[in-house]
Design a protein around this ligand. Structure first.
Ligand SMILES: Nc1ncnc2c1ncn2[C@@H]1O[C@H](COP(=O)(O)OP(=O)(O)O)[C@@H](O)[C@H]1O
Ligand SMILES: C[C@@](O)(CCOP(=O)(O)O)CC(=O)O
Ligand SMILES: [Mg+2]
Length: 398
């Protein structure tokens, strides 16, 4: 089986409210970012599967013939996607030499890739040889959903290479996209990849990377929020490394240890998300007032404290909140916390000078900052000619 060349991209995300609580069935509000992950899949005649992951300095190659026995005695699963196949994950761990409990970024990325590749092509006569290269504008492991953007790109590219969803290769411009049914399938497969990287993901990150925009996510139910005001958000990366998998399991341990203390905290985060949603809807329908922004700021402060109570704060995140508050700006961590990124709300009347001063101070303590536009498109197919030149260069370099 030979597959043609294809390019796809998917966005990162920021969680406005509900991180961690969403894993335990509470409401989260998340937005897509204008920072994207790009993937190029190229069929080859080398008899090998190669994966190049320059963001995490990982390059691996395997003979297709060595992978074939891992699926040849399995029931054809191509195109179907139910629960994570734990037996296949174990086989892949042994195959790729990944120890149980490893959180190494290269290992997790490779396992997710091999899992999606093998389960996607399990029903095919022969496994195709190919080279896959992924590059991202997102910092990895920093709370902006790079893992979900990665698994959504893999899922879209592999499903289209398999012919399970349309390939959209014939479109000269980036105007084409997948149908709702196809996006649902991409999202489901990506969720399995997230399970390999995260352990116990809620599914909110892969949903945003698939559909883009602003979403309400509650127990697997995805509701796009179509009428919301344009928010100005400053993103800050504290550059403190952390692992979503470990942070999510730490919160679970805390809930198990102190259920009567932690369950009300989760309930309160749920109420924060719901209050934020109502406020955003009101701002969009009745017009945004200063009081609305006051509410949004207070909700951010409350949630930041709740997240610290859950044990996912970090002194660097406290520094972010303190430095921005000195300029009248309110911040909270976003994503799994423990370091990584935070978001700061900029009011419409916040002078550019004020935002700039805060940014200088944050940069002075070693953080990285950028004002971002939110609500961009979800997963997209591309043709080579319409990709930014820099991205094309990275994806096609040897
Ligand atoms: N561009 C990428 N290339 C390779 N692997 C990636 C890429 N982006 C994300 N990953 C995988 O996802 C992991 C980070 O996921 P996670 O800890 O959930 O952080 P986040 O999703 O907040 O960035 C990385 O360690 C790596 O395994
Ligand atoms: C902490 C959590 O709510 C978000 C994790 O996001 P990220 O991987 O840190 O970008 C986990 C989840 O929802 O799966
Ligand atoms: Mg992640």
């Amino acid at each position: 089986m030979h597959v043609g060349e294809r390019f796809v991209s998917a966005p990162g995300k920021a969680i406005l409210h509900g991180e961690h609580a969403v894993v335990h069935g509470k409401v989260a509000l998340a937005v897509s970012l204008n920072l994207r992950t790009y993937l190029r899949l190229q069929g080859t005649a080398s008899g090998q599967i190669c994966i190049h992951l320059p963001n995490i300095d990982t390059f691996r190659a395997w003979d297709v013939a060595a992978l074939q026995p891992l699926v040849s005695d399995r029931k054809a699963a191509g195109g179907r996607c139910g629960e994570l196949d734990l037996e296949l994950v174990e086989r892949l761990r042994a195959f790729a030499g990944v120890a149980e409990g490893s959180t190494d970024s290269g290992n997790m990325a490779v396992l997710a890739f091999l899992y999606l590749y093998l389960s996607g092509f399990a029903g095919a006569q022969t496994l195709p040889s190919m080279s896959v290269r992924v590059w991202s504008e997102l910092p990895t492991g920093a709370g902006l959903g790079s893992s979900a953007a990665y698994t959504v790109c893999l899922s879209a590219a592999l499903l289209s290479a398999r012919g399970t969803i349309s390939s959209l290769l014939t479109q000269p411009q980036d105007t084409a996209s997948w149908s709702e049914e196809e996006l649902t399938l991409i999202n489901k497969w990506a969720f399995q990849g997230e399970k390999i990287i995260h352990g116990n993901p809620s599914g909110v990150d892969n949903a945003v990377a698939t559909w883009g925009g602003i979403l309400r996510y509650h127990a697997g139910k995805i509701t796009p929020l179509s009428r919301v005001p344009l928010l100005r958000i400053l993103l800050t990366n504290t550059k403190v490394p952390r692992s979503t998998k470990l942070l999510v399991s730490g919160v679970k341990d805390k809930i198990n240890k102190f259920p009567s203390i932690m369950v009300p905290v989760l309930e309160s985060v749920d109420a924060v998300s719901r209050t934020c949603e109502l406020t955003l809807r009101e701002m969009a329908t009745a017009g945004a007032s200063a009081q609305h922004y006051d509410t949004l700021e207070e909700l951010m402060d409350i949630n930041q404290h709740h997240l610290s109570v859950m044990g996912v704060g970090h002194p660097a995140l406290d520094t972010l909140c303190r430095l921005t508050l000195a300029h009248g700006l309110h911040s909270k961590l976003t994503g799994a916390g423990g370091g990584g990124c935070g978001i700061t709300l900029l009011r419409p009347e916040t002078a550019q000078r004020v935002a700039q001063e805060a940014v200088w101070e944050l940069r002075e303590v070693g953080f990285e900052c950028w004002e971002t536009s939110i609500g961009g498109p979800g997963v997209l197919p591309h043709c080579a000619t319409s990709l930014p030149q820099g991205v094309l260069d990275v994806l096609t370099s040897h």
